[in-house]
Design a protein around this ligand. Structure first.
Ligand code: HEC
Length: 490
């Protein structure tokens, strides 16, 4: 009688279902876990261990939904980690702390947060769909006007004094566009190493262009590869002038000796910021992540040189034997956005991270930005990198994007057409096809919204002389480059 009674209570309780389930599923996953869950990819890990209770898409089932906004045991990274590590054995979830490594648990936390944010972003995308050609955001409504296009990936845009636009195309073409969409190819620009993400990247006018005529180009080169018998390359910088649509009087500004070139086709960095006679620019880790911490190498760093190419003797590692003397900061994975705050002059970068690890950073002299020792991300294939997100002596990002948006160019807006956006940081996203607006005050992010979504991959943005915002887009396929400007709609 007693037994039957308690059984019926049990039968009616959720707890019982969970328990029954646990007996079958948990023991299965436990057995698996006993064999140690290899180096598994995170989705596989989740599907194998967690989906039975929390749902294939985290929507819940016998276990709680991991998508709704209700967290019984806390939503911080630490709380999620503890939930997975310790489990809730009396409620049916085993502790995974002894069977999964810290790195694997970290990748599960990233996975859960990534999926939650993806769903939020899908809602944002719905809200941002233009109506009658008008995009609505928190502070301004705007329209997109097409300015020009080219049959390739457009990488950077800058304005000439006559308001024409200097635009790079990654496969090595330097264009000058007018506002009617007519474009002129500049002949005689340097040969670029077209390799993966490499090619012709940054083009920028010197701040005193009207006096000196200098234009700077950042690109990937593989000079000397043949003699070395190995196709490897690195980021390089030259300056030159344009006369009668020809690139002339070229001077070398920054070249890396062949011994430091790598064969990888990824993470070349390069954006330019001119400030007080200096030129700042990043080089990504070139696919050799551990070298980002090695200050004897140029990759995975932000650099500072004089704008004529000389190396400042007060650079932070100038006097260290074996150091690469142009280094300004290190531990940077692949910064592809760099700009100076219009009022404070502070240098800001966006760093293209691993999955879940895109960052916005305040770039300060001699600092270590942590890659790959600390990161908020995991490998693109879902395998963990590390469970460490903090370490003494390493900088924390102002913000990290989870999921990654594939951050690229950035710009502090200084125009006069969008009053509510003055000095805000605009951040371009490639894979996400997003443009983010962020307001930073005292190194804190106080506003953050997406202002453009799903119109194409965004590689660069800049404030135009007319006070509007210019964006470079690439349609997914066929790969077509387009220049648009955002103009106020009322
Ligand atoms: C046998 C079922 C089962 C499995 C398998 C399982 N869980 Fe759970 N999990 C639960 C239950 C039940 C709870 C709710 C405990 C409660 O109600 O307090 C829970 C709670 C959680 C929480 C806390 C949720 C909150 O609201 O605070 C997290 C996070 C979590 N699980 C993650 C995971 C992950 C990750 C896995 C796979 C490694 C996993 N669980 C595997 C049953 C399961």
């Amino acid at each position: 009688m007693m037994a039957a009674y308690s059984l019926s209570i049990l039968m009616n309780s959720k707890l019982f279902t969970t328990l029954l389930f646990c007996l079958s599923i948990c023991s299965l996953s436990y057995l698996n876990a006993q064999n140690r869950i290899g180096t598994g990819e995170v989705n596989e890990l989740y599907q194998q261990l967690c989906a039975a209770c929390h749902g294939k898409d985290l929507e819940g089932g016998l276990g709680l939904s991991l998508l709704d906004d209700e967290w019984k045991h806390g939503s911080s990274d630490e709380a999620l980690t503890m939930s997975i590590k310790n489990g809730f054995p009396e409620l049916g979830m085993v502790a995974y702390g002894s069977t999964l490594s810290d790195n694997q648990i970290r990748s599960l936390v990233i996975y859960i947060k990534e999926r939650r944010q993806q769903i939020l972003t899908e809602k944002t995308a719905e809200k941002l769909k233009p109506q009658g050609g008008i995009f609505k955001t928190e502070k301004h409504d705007y329209k997109l006007e097409k300015i020009g296009e080219a049959d390739g990936i457009l990488w950077s845009i800058d304005f000439m004094p006559d308001n024409r636009m200097l635009v790079t195309q990654r496969d090595g073409v330097l264009w000058v566009f007018d506002h009617y969409g007519n474009k002129t190819r500049i002949a005689g620009t340097p040969n670029v190493w077209q390799h993966g993400q490499g090619g012709l990247m940054e083009a920028k006018l010197h701040p005193d262009y009207e006096e000196n005529g200098w234009i700077y180009l950042g690109y990937s080169e593989n000079i000397g590869a043949e003699e070395r018998g190995r196709d490897a390359g690195m980021t390089a910088i030259v300056r030159g002038r344009i006369e009668n649509n020809r690139w002339v009087e070229q001077e070398s500004i920054f070249h890396v000796p062949g011994e430091f070139h790598t064969s990888a086709g990824v993470h070349f960095g390069t954006r330019f910021v001119f400030q007080d006679g200096y030129l700042f620019f990043p080089i990504g880790d070139r696919g050799r992540q551990d070298q980002a911490q090695d200050i004897s190498r140029p990759n995975g760093k932000v650099h500072r040189i004089y704008d004529d190419g000389r190396i400042p003797e007060d650079n932070p590692f100038f006097n260290e034997p074996n150091a690469y003397k142009t280094i300004w900061t290190f531990g940077n994975r692949n910064p592809q956005g760099l700009d100076a705050h219009p009022i404070t002059g502070e240098l800001w970068s966006t760093e293209h991270g691993p999955r879940g690890g895109d960052e916005a950073n305040w770039i300060r002299r001699g600092r270590n930005y942590g890659w790959p020792v600390i990161t908020y991300g995991m490998n693109y294939n879902g395998t963990p990198i590390t469970d460490m997100t903090h370490m003494v002596g390493m900088e924390q990002p102002l913000h990290y994007w989870l999921p990654s948006i594939a951050v690229c160019g950035i710009e502090f807006y200084t125009g006069n057409q969008f009053d509510g956006w003055t000095n805000d940081l605009f951040v371009a996203g490639l894979a996400s096809q997003e443009l983010h607006r962020m307001r930073i005050e005292n190194n804190e992010l106080i506003e953050h919204e997406i202002v453009l979504k799903n119109e194409g991959r965004i590689r660069d943005i800049t404030t135009g002389p007319d006070g509007t915002i210019y964006v470079l887009l690439t349609s997914r396929s066929p790969k077509f480059g387009e220049i648009y400007k955002m103009v106020p709609s009322s």
